[in-house]
Design a protein around this ligand. Structure first.
Ligand SMILES: NC(=O)c1ccc[n+]([C@@H]2O[C@H](COP(=O)([O-])OP(=O)(O)OC[C@H]3O[C@@H](n4cnc5c(N)ncnc54)[C@H](O)[C@@H]3O)[C@@H](O)[C@H]2O)c1
Length: 339
């Protein structure tokens, strides 16, 4: 069984790819490697891994030959990064992924899985499930919705298409992201003894550990196609919906520190509390790790010095830096290169 993971060098990818290899899959990674390919250093000598430095918008479809399943993660990966250049965000996050899905079907790939996001619900009261109306407020969220629509259209008896709407992820990864809420809270405390909280703290968000994201992929690829073809799943767990202020208290409790907060930003316009019943009831998926586990592991790594907050760990700042140093993200044009 061969998997192709786009964006496999990223925060989720660099946990998912070793997990797939461990499960016995052959893995090809297609990535621009905006954050470097060192994120996959732990598996770089694995003979079942092939790294291809290329772009989802113009890669050679030959890469898809003999691939059984495509996990499409490549994207400018959060709301603020998506606003740096909205057209580029639509080109990569929507058109790039629609291209990957379409070519996958043309080449004969049997399964395609899109990485979408619960941020698509934007601002909504109540507990939302996959049938709830969506409210995509940002270019990032709109591009996710367009990619979902393009992918779903392809689902038939030739290709099984599944769309996963992930909760906000936390936990340690070799491509660390401190722009994610839990991770940023731990870093804020570590550096300044205060937990940064986005105003006004009452907004709801669902959370999931990055290792549980990898397990969701394993669950989906090992599920029969009747259960997943053309289906959307929210991915997370009902008990990890938090309002941001209580979340900060939970983080403080996990790392055993007196709670001290520091407000930042304008009041958040996004708030969504999510039902994860569908993935639990249809696929038997359950998460294993808690916010407490994630906060502790990050804090320990920071204390030991095995984790630092370099510019690359802050997605928007890093993309801004790339834009400033190379004029545009696309001026770093790369032909597909097998590394
Ligand atoms: N981390 C989260 O909280 C979260 C939540 C919901 C959904 N997601 C989705 O999961 C996916 C992965 O997120 P992540 O947190 O790992 O982000 P990330 O920024 O760490 O990884 C994205 C990867 O995609 C690559 N990439 C970007 N544009 C590319 C292009 N045009 N061609 C090839 N490679 C390209 C980057 O080099 C990077 O390695 C994204 O689609 C994101 O929207 C993430």
């Amino acid at each position: 069984m061969q998997a192709l993971v786009t964006g496999g060098g990223g925060y989720i990818g660099s946990i998912l790819v070793p997990r797939l290899l461990q499960e016995g899959y052959k893995v090809k990674v297609l990535d621009r490697f905006f954050f470097g390919k060192e994120t996959l250093a732990s598996v770089s000598k694995n003979p079942n891994l092939t790294l291809i430095q290329g772009d989802t918008r113009w890669f050679d479809p030959k890469i898809l030959r003999n691939v059984d399943v495509v996990m499409d993660l490549a994207a400018l990966s959060n709301d603020p990064a998506g606003e740096l250049d909205p057209q580029k965000t639509l080109d990569i996050n929507y058109k790039g992924r629609a291209r990957v899905a379409k070519l996958s079907k043309q080449v004969g790939v049997k399964r395609y899985i899109l990485a979408s996001s619960c941020s698509i619900y934007g601002f909504r009261e109540g507990q939302l499930d996959e049938k709830s109306p969506i409210n995509p407020l940002t270019t990032y969220a709109k591009a996710n919705r367009l990619a979902e629509i393009a992918a779903k259209k392809l689902a038939d008896d030739k290709i099984t298409v599944t769309m996963l709407r992930f909760a906000t992820v936390f936990g340690y990864s070799p491509r660390m992201r401190f722009d994610l809420a839990v991770n940023g809270m731990v870093l804020g405390f570590f550096k300044n003894r205060q937990i940064p909280i986005m105003r006004d703290g009452t907004q709801w968000r669902p959370f999931i550990h990055v290792k549980d994201v990898a397990e969701a992929y394993i669950k989906v690829i090992q599920s029969p196609k009747e259960k997943i073809n053309g289906e959307l799943f929210n991915v997370g767990s009902n008990d990890q919906n938090y309002q941001i202020l209580p979340l900060a208290r939970e983080v403080a409790h996990a790392i055993k520190i007196p709670f001290k907060k520091k407000w930042y930003g304008d009041p958040d316009t996004r708030s969504y509390k999510i039902s994860f019943n569908k993935i639990r009831d249809t696929l038997g998926y359950k998460t294993k790790y808690t916010v407490e586990d994630g906060a502790k592991e990050i804090y320990e790594n920071l204390k030991k010095g095995t984790l630092t907050d370099s510019l690359k760990t802050k997605t928007v700042e890093w993309y801004k830096h790339l834009l400033e140093s190379k004029k545009t993200i696309d001026s770093i044009v790369i032909k597909n290169t097998v590394l």
